[in-house]
Design a binder for this molecule. Structure first.
Ligand code: UFG
Length: 341
C-alpha cells in the first residue's frame, strides 16, 4: 500500500473506536501498512470481529466509562484516537432518536472525558456531509451553514460542537473529517461494506445485479438533476482511510484543529452508478422506478479545496469504475463468485 512509503507511523499505537466497522477496518489496515498498530475499541453491535485483523480488539461499549478507562490504561503510549463508532442509518435515527443520541452523543462525550483523564490530546472524528442538510449551493464548502435535517446529522453536529468546546477549554487537538458517500472496498477483497440491514445504493444494486435480490428500487426519477435521479459524491473507502493517516501526520507537525470535507468534488447520479455497475461487472442492474425516499437531498458534492490545502489530500482511488470493481470483487469473495478484472 503506497501510503506506507510516504506516511510512516513509526510504531505508534492508535486507538480506533469503531475499528471493526466498514470505514474503521480500512483505517486499521492502512495504519498497519504505515507502520503503526491499530487498537480497535468496538462493541461489535454493527462491526465484525472478522474485520479486526491488524491489531488487538477491546470489545467494549464506549458508554461504559469504567471499561473504557480500563481499556485506555492498557495502551498508555497511544498517540491518537480515531472515533468512527456511531449509528449511521438515517431512517432508523428518525424512528429511534433516543438510541442515536445515546450511541453517538453520549458515547462521544464519554470518550472525550476518558481521553482527558488518560491525557490523550489528539482526536480524528468521523463526521458527515449530512451535517450540512438542505442547501442549494454546490459544491459544499466547510464554512457553509450546518443545518442538518436528520437526527443522524444532528447527532454528528452536536459532537462537532462538543469537540470544538473541548479544544477551546482543554486543549484537545482534533481533525473532524466530514465524509461524503463512502464506497468501494479494499483491493485485496479482505474487508468491505457489510451492513445489516443494507440500505446503500451500491451494495444493494450489486445484490440485484448478481440475482441475489429482486430489482433495485430507484428512489426518485423526477429530481431537478440532469437525468432526474439524485447526485452524490462517492469517495473510495481507502481514500477516506488515507485522509486519516494524513490528518495524523499533520497533527504531529502542529495542526491543532481543522474541519475538512472528504469528497471528490465530482457528482455522480444514481443512474450513472447503475450504468457503471453494468459496464464494469458485465451484469446489468435490474431496477424499477420508485417514489422518492423521504429525506433524500437532490444533490450533494464536496468542495475539495480545504482537504488539499490542510491535509495535502487528493483522491487516488475514487473514479467510479475503480470503486465499483473493488466493491464487486469484495461482494463476490463473500458470495464465492468470480472477479471483475
Ligand atoms: N437509493 C436508491 N435505491 C436504494 C438505495 C438508495 O435509489 O435501494 C438512492 C438513494 O435514494 C440516494 C442514493 O441512492 O438517492 C444514495 O443513497 P445511499 O443510501 O447509498 O446514500 P445516502 O446519500 O443516502 O447516504 C450517505 C451516507 C449516510 C449519510 C448521507 C448524507 O451513507 O451515512 O449520505 O446525506 F448520512
Amino acid at each position: 500500500m503506497d501510503t506506507a512509503e510516504h506516511h510512516k507511523l513509526d510504531g505508534q499505537d492508535i486507538l480506533v473506536v469503531g475499528g471493526a466497522g466498514y470505514i474503521g477496518s480500512h483505517v486499521c489496515k492502512m495504519i498497519h501498512a504505515a507502520g503503526g498498530r491499530p487498537i480497535t475499541i468496538d462493541n461489535l453491535s454493527c462491526g465484525h470481529e472478522h474485520a479486526v485483523k491488524w491489531g488487538p480488539l477491546e470489545r467494549i461499549d464506549i458508554r461504559d466509562r469504567e471499561a473504557l478507562d480500563a481499556a485506555l490504561s492498557r495502551w498508555p503510549g497511544a498517540s491518537c484516537v480515531v472515533h468512527l463508532a456511531s449509528s449511521i442509518e438515517v431512517g432508523i435515527g428518525e424512528r429511534d432518536p433516543a438510541n442515536f443520541y445515546s450511541n453517538n452523543v453520549v458515547g462521544a462525550l464519554t470518550l472525550l472525558d476518558a481521553m482527558r483523564a488518560a491525557e490523550i490530546d489528539r482526536l480524528i472524528f468521523s463526521s458527515t456531509c449530512a451535517t450540512y442538510g438542505e442547501t442549494e449551493t454546490m459544491p459544499i464548502a466547510e464554512d457553509d451553514p450546518q443545518q442538518p435535517s436528520s437526527v443522524y446529522g444532528k447527532t454528528k453536529l452536536a459532537v462537532e460542537h462538543m469537540i470544538q468546546s473541548y479544544h477551546a477549554a482543554y486543549g484537545l487537538n482534533y481533525v473532524t473529517l466530514r465524509y461524503f458517500n463512502a464506497s468501494g472496498a479494499d483491493a485485496d477483497a479482505e474487508i468491505g461494506e457489510e451492513h445489516d440491514p443494507e440500505t446503500h445504493l451500491i451494495p444493494i444494486a450489486m445484490q440485484a445485479a448478481a440475482g441475489r435480490r429482486g430489482p433495485l428500487k430507484l428512489f426518485g426519477t423526477d429530481y431537478d438533476t440532469p437525468d432526474g435521479t439524485c447526485v452524490r459524491d462517492y469517495i473510495h473507502v481507502n481514500d477516506i482511510a488515507r485522509a486519516h493517516i494524513l490528518a495524523m501526520k499533520q497533527m504531529e507537525s502542529g495542526l491543532t484543529r481543522a474541519e475538512v470535507n472528504i469528497g471528490t468534488g465530482v457528482g455522480t447520479s444514481n443512474r450513472e452508478v447503475l450504468a457503471s455497475i453494468g459496464r464494469v461487472t458485465g451484469h446489468p442492474v435490474p431496477y424499477e422506478d420508485a417514489p422518492r425516499r423521504a429525506g433524500d437531498l437532490s444533490r450533494l458534492y464536496s468542495d475539495e479545496g480545504q482537504a488539499k490545502k490542510v491535509l495535502g489530500f487528493t483522491p487516488r482511488y475514487s473514479d467510479m469504475d475503480t470503486i465499483i470493481r473493488s466493491a464487486w470483487n469484495f461482494h463476490n469473495s463473500r458470495w464465492g463468485e468470480t472477479r471483475a478484472d
